[in-house]
Design a protein around this ligand. Structure first.
Ligand SMILES: Cc1ncc(COP(=O)(O)O)c(C=O)c1O
Length: 446
């Protein structure tokens, strides 16, 4: 516990009063190492006492610029005022009944909001869970129940979670899958559209390439669903070429295959639209959401076409905590904040600032092979100059150099060579700009 109030009223400054990590963080980290299973890694062991706006304050009194949002979760800001107030109010009223036992309005209101906000104006239903992986698992259950088919196609570079089914859907072996098999059956992989590594293959051609694999290796008659992140997250912020997603969607519809969009990382204003599918007018059959939905409270959802969502029998979906009342109160406050504060536009503005700065940096630094992203979800892919050969060491070095200067940036990518920026949309301009200055100096020193 801490007596420092977080939220946007925290001084919005980068302030380093010790080395990073400082002595108190190191002390806590020694306790972590002795007590927490090492399988849960720690990117930057600064122990947080408060956060908000665009900063994270640690136990040593350092104030770091947050360009990660706890992996795209605190989109509306940490301890965002409406969220904190709604959580406190709900926690004082009741904390749990189990929606499957005696329900409550908050869950219904979140379902109504998701049905309204997700792409498409058709009749929809929603169901709530706790984590992104759980939402993805349930989207697959719903697709199988509806189509009475079993196979599922995921893509190269995909990340869908760490449970057994979602490990199978996830592409990357280390660290997500190695040693944890056997994995769920009837999962197949198709090639992704990855413009930087695709040698000019356009979106429709990349879709034909994927569909060819699906036709030859699985067959639409066996295929329940295609699941795809409209912009890949952990895989490296891969934005597929224009036309890839619409062509896949058309093929799915022509073949009674459910198109599932995994918008766990891209949803809720992050990309400068409410959902990443909106950039190309793609209307998925089912959409999995989590992360940014509830400002840090554990909540996830599957939203989709009413006839599909109605397929599973009563009792076939659910879970003890799914749609917990406190998480629902947080989600309603998040949605109100996004809409009232114009955060979709704010994501676009932040994205333009980041893309402009990083593109300028790229023109002077041949190690930056690609700058890409949408809205406040932007990355640089690092390579050996003049090639597309990944340079993961450089990504690690630049991230570490930023961290010791008090800027939280994350890495990702199948090859570990991508630096990604996911600032909270509550970050003030001056901090975003300072964070990018620090990143620029980290490149210069690397
Ligand atoms: C696209 C995507 N799907 C699913 C997940 C899994 O979500 P969770 O960690 O909440 O289970 C993630 C998490 O990073 C993700 O980015």
């Amino acid at each position: 516990m801490t007596d420092i109030a977080g939220g946007p009223d925290l001084p919005q400054e980068r302030r380093l009063v010790t080395e990073i990590p400082g002595p108190k963080s190191l002390e806590l980290h020694a306790r972590k190492v002795a007590s927490v299973a090492p399988g849960v890694g720690t990117m930057l062991p600064v122990y947080t006492v408060a956060a908000g706006g665009g900063v994270i304050v640690d136990v040593d009194g350092n104030s770091l610029i947050d360009l990660g949002s706890g992996i795209a979760v605190t989109t509306v800001g940490n301890a965002a005022p409406r969220v904190s107030a709604a959580v406190a109010q709900q926690a004082a009223a009741f904390t749990h009944t189990c929606f499957m036992i005696t329900p409550y309005e908050g869950y219904v209101r979140v379902a109504e909001a998701l049905n309204r906000l997700t792409p498409g104006s058709h009749e929809k239903r929603s169901v709530l869970f706790n984590s992104g992986a759980e939402a993805v698992e349930n989207a697959v259950k719903i697709a199988r129940s509806y189509t009475k088919k079993q196979a599922v196609v995921a893509f190269d570079h995909a990340y869908h979670g760490r449970t057994n089914l979602t490990m199978a859907l996830t592409a990357k072996n280390m660290p997500y899958k190695s040693g944890f098999g056997p994995f769920a059956a009837e999962i197949y992989r198709a090639p992704m559209s990855y413009p930087f590594r695709d040698d000019g293959v356009d979106g429709p051609a990349a879709a034909r390439r994927a569909i060819d694999v699906i036709d030859k290796q699985i067959g639409a008659g066996n295929l329940a669903a295609v699941i795809i992140e409209p912009i890949q997250g952990e895989g490296g912020f891969v934005v597929p070429a224009d036309g890839f997603l619409p062509a896949l969607l058309d093929w799915c519809h022509a073949n009674n295959v459910v198109f599932i969009a995994d918008e766990v990382q891209t949803g809720f204003a992050r990309t400068g639209e409410m959902f990443a599918c909106d950039h190309e007018g793609v209307v998925p059959d089912l959409i999995a959401t989590a992360k940014g939905i509830a400002g840090g409270l554990p909540l996830s959802a599957v939203t989709g076409r009413a006839d599909m969502m109605d397929a599973p029998h009563v009792g076939g979906l659910g879970g003890t905590y799914g749609g917990n009342p406190i998480a629902c109160a947080a989600a309603l406050a998040v949605i109100e904040t996004i809409e009232a504060d114009g955060l979709v536009d704010r994501a676009r503005t932040i994205g333009k600032t980041m893309l402009d700065r990083l593109t300028t940096l790229q023109s002077a630094d041949p190690r930056i092979g690609d700058v890409r992203g949408r809205g406040a979800m932007v990355a640089v892919e690092l390579v050996r100059p003049g090639t597309t050969e990944p340079d993961a060491d450089l990504a690690r070095t630049v991230a570490a150099a930023s961290h010791v200067q008090g800027v939280v940036v994350l890495t990702c990518g199948t090859y570990g060579n991508v630096l990604r920026l996911l600032p909270p949309l509550s970050i003030p301009d001056h901090l975003l700009s300072e964070g990018l200055d620090v990143l620029e100096r980290a490149f210069a020193s690397a």
